[in-house]
Design a protein around this ligand. Structure first.
Ligand code: 4AD
Ligand code: MG
Length: 431
């Protein structure tokens, strides 16, 4: 059966329909009630007139608390003046569940700490709904782009024995008496997948026990990790560029309403175009030093540096040719400059910082084994990964894009904790 939803109001103009939803707000003006109703797909103003619905129903609705669930029947009208665009003239009303307690989230500004405690309810508000809709669009556009460009979905395990991104940020767990970890990255398994299926990707949760309390860090976040056989770092960057532009295009096409709800400066997203500048790490140091950052070769690029860089360019920018000491063991050494690796980070503009980390992978057996040892890891644990260099090693590359950081940039919001339904940070595991 075709069910009416607020998102489809334009298809039901001048028709009688029923909205199954929740009360967001009620304003009284004598014998008329203006009820803002939400149904998960949108918000609409419903006008309840006493003479239409009768005294009893009118009084019942008038005293409903926020978030009471209701079924309103009536005619859908266009309303240019309303921020919601449409209006319902209610002829029949039924209360599904009358809330008797005071709703914790009022229509005023609460602090984020308070709202985070009520995340399970906070997600019902227009701005949080908009963010989560944009997240869903980001995820779907990632899948569509990859599936349409010859990539095969190839899921990496979540419980694993490997530590691709260093041993300091692992969540450990007892796996029947053996030590195991929650996955920091599905990359190593994607490399195996690329040798079997050529172009693959995984899109799933990843875990970092980092003690970082920044607006860009979660302990559980979602990452898409494409991996390509017979692909060098340059081609990989082109794919990253294509993916980024495609996500922006889709969000602009499908999430206009949500961007408006969030008061996003849409022009800034529309202005993003290829090719993104590619700047070597060494030149980035010079740039940072112009901002008195006192950087020398080998220094990390910190969160503050990322903000400076991404404010400097109004386009996303690739940083390339990183010193090998600053990057994980799997990155391929550059033949032109052995101090560096063939890796790149993509920095989003407007202060959003790193959204993608990628590289060409070390495909030389001996170099890889020695780098695994140098990283203090046990080559036996990685024997399966090393096998990939024994049996038909080829140049290959891949990258990881953080879904929450990408979403935060699209939304133009400050902190990535609002871009995932239930964020996990070092300070929060409830709700
Ligand atoms: O740069 P990272 O650590 O790279 C990797 O994990 C590679 N193995 C990916 C690959 O080549 N397959 O992480 C990639 C991206 C970052 O650019 C960022 O967008 C996101 O993942 N990210 C985080 N997002 C939220 N919270 C965190 N703690 C994050 N750490 C990384
Ligand atoms: Mg990185």
């Amino acid at each position: 059966m075709k069910q009416f939803t607020i998102s489809k109001a334009n298809e039901y103009l001048q028709q009688d329909v029923t909205i199954n939803g929740w009360v967001y707000n009620i304003r009284t003006s004598g014998k008329i009630l203006f009820v803002i109703v939400r149904d998960g797909t949108g918000f609409i103003q419903c006008v309840v007139v006493k003479s239409q619905v009768g005294e009893e129903t009118f009084e019942n609705i008038k005293h409903l608390s926020q978030e009471s669930s209701i079924a309103f029947t009536g005619c859908i009208k266009e309303d240019q003046r309303s921020p919601w665009g449409y209006e319902m003239e209610v002829t029949e009303a039924r209360v599904v569940h009358a809330v008797t307690e005071e709703y914790p989230i009022q229509l005023k500004d609460h602090g984020v700490g308070f709202l985070s405690k009520y995340r399970h309810l906070w997600i019902r508000t227009p701005s949080q709904r908009a963010i989560l809709m944009i997240r869903a669009e980001v995820v779907q556009s990632i899948r569509d782009f990859l599936n349409n460009n010859g990539f095969v979905n190839f899921d990496s395990p979540i419980i694993t024995g490997s530590a691709p991104e260093g041993t300091t940020s692992l969540f450990t767990l007892d796996y029947f008496g053996e030590q195991a970890y929650l996955s920091q990255s599905g990359q190593l398994y994607q490399e195996a997948g690329a040798m079997a299926l050529r172009r693959v990707y995984c899109l799933g949760p990843t875990f970092r026990a980092e003690k970082s309390k920044t607006r860009r860090h979660l302990t559980e976040f979602w990452m898409v990790e494409p991996e390509m056989a017979y692909c060098d770092v340059k081609e990989s960057m082109q794919i990253q560029e294509g993916l980024t532009l495609y996500i922006i295009k889709r969000v602009l096409e499908h999430c206009k309403k949500e961007l408006i709800t969030l008061e996003r400066d849409i022009q800034k997203l529309e202005a993003v175009q290829s090719p993104f500048p590619r700047v070597a790490y060494e030149d980035i140091l010079s740039l940072l030093n112009k901002h008195d950052r006192d950087k020398k070769w080998g220094d990390d690029i910190t969160g503050l540096d990322e903000t400076i860089i991404s404010n400097e360019y109004d386009q996303p920018v690739f940083i390339t040719n990183f010193p090998k000491e600053s990057k994980p063991f799997y990155m391929k050494e550059s033949q032109d400059d052995p101090r560096t690796v063939l890796g790149s980070d993509l920095m989003a503009p407007e202060g959003y910082g790193e959204i993608i980390g990628g590289s060409q992978r070390e495909d030389d057996l001996e170099k890889l084994v020695s780098k695994i040892q140098l990283a203090g890891l046990n080559p036996e644990t990685y024997q399966w990964y090393i096998d990939l260099r024994t049996f038909g090693s080829v140049p290959h590359s891949g990258f990881g894009m953080g879904v929450e950081r990408m979403t935060a940039w699209m939304c133009g919001i400050d902190h990535i904790r609002e871009t995932i339904p239930f964020p996990r940070t070092i300070e929060r595991i409830y709700p």
